[in-house]
Design a protein around this ligand. Structure first.
Ligand code: CUA
Length: 328
């Protein structure tokens, strides 16, 4: 019997409970362990407290109508014990949880960058090579993938249970999610934030492919132009270059090598140029004007879609990368 329980316990640790989804990402097992720990502690103390309530109710019941209990004047040992044990347990939960949180929120720098736009009621995904998917996501095994996500309308939430990751997708800003898939297969993709009548239908499939199959999929899927090329086309089409590529006398700041850089604003503040800042500057150019420039840029609100903005960002990122490569 003891061996059976032991074996069952080992099986749960290795493969997970039969009722929970498969584990298919690099963090899935660690997140399960933390979850089992939290559940285990909760069950243990619930059982302990309920048993004691019943035991004491019987053990110390009133036996005679005139019975009076002995008053208790406190116990330092007991006070210390029931402060120290919960403190220790909650600290374990805190540091363990914070450690995992840090891992889940820190994408590796070599991650493949994909872009996700949520809208009522579908997921639109763009690959750097130009492939686009709706309610489907193809990724290779063993390679970190970073998703930069935004919404065209309301709040959605991108959720892949088998990867144990979930992140809200918000209108008006970018959120990030990353994972390394560890097992080829097909896994559910859900929207985990109620977003209207067809929220429950906002689902899809994540297909994890072996590297060779992934290459085959990439070359088989119609790509057209890459994200960078699409961004470059939009850049020309909207005449961004007339102000941003005209040299030192130009009306707008140069966009070469800007991502990740700190810039000083006309207001005296400094901001780090990230995807969110670029997006804001395209849609609300006067919100954060770079020092030394007039606020003359028109807004592109309503003229460029969220997907178009992501293409522009991919193009601006390529300007930064190209510069870095050129340097020795
Ligand atoms: Cu989108 Cu729920």
């Amino acid at each position: 019997m003891a061996t059976l329980v032991h074996l069952a316990f080992l099986a749960v640790l290795q493969q997970g409970l039969p009722i929970v989804p498969e584990r298919a990402s690099s963090v899935a097992k660690q997140i399960d362990y933390l979850y089992y720990f939290l559940t285990g502690v909760t069950l243990f103390f619930s059982a302990l407290i309920f048993s004691l309530v019943f035991y004491f109710a019987v053990r110390y019941r009133q036996r005679h109508p005139d019975e009076r209990p002995q008053p208790i004047h406190g116990s330092l040992g007991l006070e210390l014990l029931w402060s120290a044990i919960p403190l220790g347990l909650t600290m374990v939960m805190f540091f363990w949880g914070a450690h995992l949180f840090y891992i889940v929120r820190t994408p590796p720098s070599d991650a493949t960058q994909l872009y996700v736009v949520g809208k009522q009621w579908m997921w639109k995904i763009q690959h750097p090579e130009g492939q686009r998917e709706i309610n489907a996501l193809h990724v290779p095994v063993g390679r970190p993938v970073k998703l930069t996500m935004t919404s065209e309308d309301v709040i959605h939430s991108f959720y892949i249970p088998a990867f144990r990751i979930k992140m809200d997708v918000l209108p008006g800003r970018y959120t990030e999610l990353w994972f390394t898939a560890t097992k080829a297969g097909t896994y559910h993709l859900f929207c985990a934030e109620y977003c209207g009548a067809k929220h429950s239908g906002m689902t899809g499939w994540v297909t994890v492919l072996e590297p060779a199959d992934y290459e085959a999929w990439l070359s088989g899927a119609p790509a057209g132009e890459s994200l960078e090329q699409a961004g470059a086309r939009l850049f020309r089409q909207h005449n961004c270059h007339t102000c941003h590529e005209a040299g030192p006398t130009s009306r707008g700041p140069s966009l070469q090598e800007i991502l990740g850089k700190q810039v000083r604003l006309a207001s005296g503040e400094t901001v780090v140029v990230d995807e969110g800042y670029l997006r804001e500057s395209i849609l609300q150019p006067n919100a954060k004007v770079v020092a030394g420039y007039e606020s003359v840029m028109p807004t592109y609100q309503g003229q460029i879609s969220e997907e178009g903005i992501l293409q522009l960002i991919a193009y601006l990122k390529s300007l930064t990368r190209a510069e870095r490569k050129a340097q020795p």
